[in-house]
Design a protein around this ligand. Structure first.
Ligand SMILES: [Zn+2]
Ligand SMILES: [Zn+2]
Ligand SMILES: [Zn+2]
Length: 328
């Protein structure tokens, strides 16, 4: 049974999950049969959501996108919630949700090779899973993320993303959220909305935009070819987004560009949204977004020890290269 433990000084949470050690690691040798492929439904836990052809039944072939609980979950919600602390140690039961979102029934494709129509279905699944746990009493956050490729930490080759819902707001989101709320209190405006206006005006770090979305290299990007993707209009919750077709176009083009430019097919992306049960000023000050990161070998002693990053490509130059990759 896993357990949450909190560092008493920094407030960082760790999930202690010894049972995860036994999960299969498909990259070591190509497994003869992939449990994520169409036709292999009986090899996974029962599906909790799918988008499928009319007339086909759950846990049978005929799906386009399929979601089921992780077979080796870091967190689970079929256990009672507990929480304990004294002045130094705080712990909680490994409560939460951990699901796998299989993005295509076909084994050989990766996310950036999916059709627009298929990417829209995947985005729809993200929206549905985020929404599904919105009202759960003990859950404070829903996080969608994707590891593609061995360098990005994936253990399965078949294109998939993951959904984790947790009783605590993740540390990285909390950092952004606190900054955003402070900014909002002072200026009565969403800092991200203000930033988007500036980035679109200056355009030196801009990569791509359409009516509803904009992608650019962040001013203080941590990694070469890191990209941020935002809705142009203020919105704290991806789960309320309606322009999924437009989003699929931008996301797919950006991922292709990043792949071409970085020369790497491995990447991570995360979808940051405001927490569940958000307060009014969190909703007004926070703006949902994707962070896309090519999987360069990243954490060495300097980064571990300091929390600083060293990026060897100027963000403006990375943006220019990405634009060239997109339009060539
Ligand atoms: Zn497969
Ligand atoms: Zn905003
Ligand atoms: Zn973020």
């Amino acid at each position: 049974m896993s357990e949450w433990r909190k560092d008493f000084l920094t407030g960082r949470w760790t999930i202690i999950a010894p049972e995860r050690v036994n999960r299969p690691y498909e990259f070591e040798e190509e497994a003869p049969e992939c449990p994520f492929c169409e036709g292999m439904e009986s090899c996974t836990p029962k599906e909790v959501f799918s988008i499928r052809r009319n007339g086909t039944s759950p846990d049978q072939p005929g799906w386009f996108v399929r979601v089921f609980p992780n077979k080796y979950p870091a967190l689970r919600n079929d256990i009672p919630f507990w929480d304990m602390c004294d002045e130094l140690y705080r712990a909680a039961g490994g409560f939460g949700v951990h699901e796998v979102i299989v993005e295509t029934p076909h084994h050989a494709l990766d996310f950036s090779e999916l059709s627009q129509e298929q990417i829209v279905r995947v985005l729809l699944a993200y929206k549905e899973r985020l929404r599904f746990f919105e009202r759960e009493k003990y859950l404070r956050y829903g996080l969608i993320f994707k590891n593609q490729g061995i360098e990005a930490g994936a253990s399965m080759r078949h294109a998939h993303s993951q959904f984790i819902a947790t009783p605590f707001v993740p540390h990285t989101v909390l950092e952004e959220l606190e900054g955003a709320v402070n900014f909002y209190r002072e200026k009565k405006q969403c800092p991200f909305c203000m930033l988007l206006v500036r980035e679109r005006e200056k355009a030196v770090r801009l990569i791509l935009e359409n009516d509803h979305f904009v992608a650019f290299v962040p001013y203080a990007a941590r990694f070469p070819f890191e990209v941020a993707l935002f809705p142009v209009h203020h919105s704290a919750f991806f789960q309320e987004e309606t322009h999924l077709e437009d989003l699929a176009v931008v996301l797919s083009r950006v991922l292709k560009g990043v792949r071409k430019c970085s020369g790497m097919s491995s990447f991570n992306f995360v979808l940051h949204v405001a927490p569940y049960h958000a307060k009014d000023e969190e909703e007004r000050g926070y703006h949902w977004h994707f962070e896309i990161l090519p999987a360069f070998l990243r954490t060495a002693g300097f980064e571990w020890g300091s929390g600083f990053s060293i990026n060897v490509i100027r963000p403006e130059e990375a943006a220019q290269k990405l634009r060239l990759c997109l339009y060539s």
